[in-house]
Design a protein around this ligand. Structure first.
Ligand code: SF4
Ligand code: SF4
Length: 300
């Protein structure tokens, strides 16, 4: 029987997370809780209900289907999370998609079949597949199985990971992965723990080990205003990057943005805002130049 893993979404024809046209497979479950995460619906590995009350048209179908957990009054729809079985019956009758069930156990066969529907686009554009999340490397057997079959079919695979997993999970996928996106979030271990839930020792050690393998790593740094963009943070990143091996080919600095706020409300998680607006291009360019000058690495 084909191995399974919890999937939140399979985004086809994406132009992000690698070259060309890609299919991005989002897996559910993550050991970290980064306060700026863009996918809070992927934190818990278990299925969950997402609530989007702004889409509600007040039809009352959900309350008829599940009066114990769904009510509707003049203030809109209400949800009693306690003892909800996450069966999804309310979402099935919500034509406005104001309620959605997030997280479905999928087989490697199913996901591979979906991936291969766009094989002609990958060939035409130099694209492929990216496994993301959540933390896709919580499921190395699942990811490895799909990536192995993609490799046999001539489809390139990438992994986007925070690397807060046992080294064996990473090692198992190396033969089938062409590109790793590895997140570095905060250089200081205790500050890292404060904002993500864990320190960064295992993450750095994993990236360092991988950086001495025959592969390609792009380091990604999400630049969070007031959290990891001070001079001491930039120096800290540079010190870590200088210890990496030749597989680290470039460093990508990611601008802060607010795009995920509605997802936090839908997933009933606490949203943290770190700034009112993204950084300017000039600000990002200056940080890229500073880091490139300190490390000799290409910074984009
Ligand atoms: S998911 Fe199932 S139990 Fe939960 S509110 Fe909807 S119908 Fe009721
Ligand atoms: S079924 Fe959907 S649209 Fe209708 S009342 Fe419930 S949440 Fe609102």
């Amino acid at each position: 029987m084909s191995v399974t893993a919890p999937v939140t979404n399979i985004a086809r024809c994406s132009l992000h997370d690698g070259p060309g046209v890609r299919t991005v497979v989002y897996l559910k479950g993550c050991p970290l809780r980064c306060q700026w995460c863009h996918n809070p619906e992927t934190w818990d590995a278990r299925p969950q209900m997402l609530l989007l009350p702004q889409k509600c048209i007040g039809c009352g179908a959900c309350t008829e289907r599940c009066p114990a957990h769904r009510t509707l009054d003049e203030n809109g729809p209400h949800y009693r999370r306690e003892s909800c079985s996450v069966c999804g019956a309310c979402a099935d009758v919500c034509t406005a998609q104001a309620i959605q069930r997030c997280g479905e156990e999928k087989t490697a066969d199913e996901v591979f079949d979906t991936i291969m529907r766009d094989a002609h686009y990958y060939r035409a554009t130099g694209g492929g597949v990216t496994f993301s999340g959540g933390e896709c490397l919580l499921y190395p057997t699942f990811v490895g199985e799909i990536a192995r079959r993609c490799r046999e079919a001539g489809v390139s695979c990438a992994i986007e990971s925070a690397f807060a997993v046992p080294w064996e999970h990473i090692e198992a996928t190396i033969p089938y992965i062409d590109l790793f996106f590895a997140d570095l979030k905060i250089p200081d271990p205790e500050k890292h723990r404060t904002y993500t839930g864990q320190d960064n020792q295992r993450i750095i050690e994993n990236i360092r080990r991988l950086s001495h393998k025959d592969t390609h790593i792009t380091i990604r740094i999400p630049v969070i205003p007031g959290i990891n963009d001070a001079e001491e943070d930039i120096c800290g990143f540079a010190e870590i990057l200088k210890t990496m091996g030749p597989a680290v080919k470039e460093v990508e600095l990611l601008k802060y943005n607010h795009l995920a706020e509605s997802k936090y409300h839908a997933a009933q998680e606490t949203y943290h805002a770190f700034a009112d607006a993204p950084q300017s291009d000039e600000y990002m360019q200056a940080m890229q130049n500073r880091l490139a000058g300190m490390t000799g690495l290409t910074c984009i």
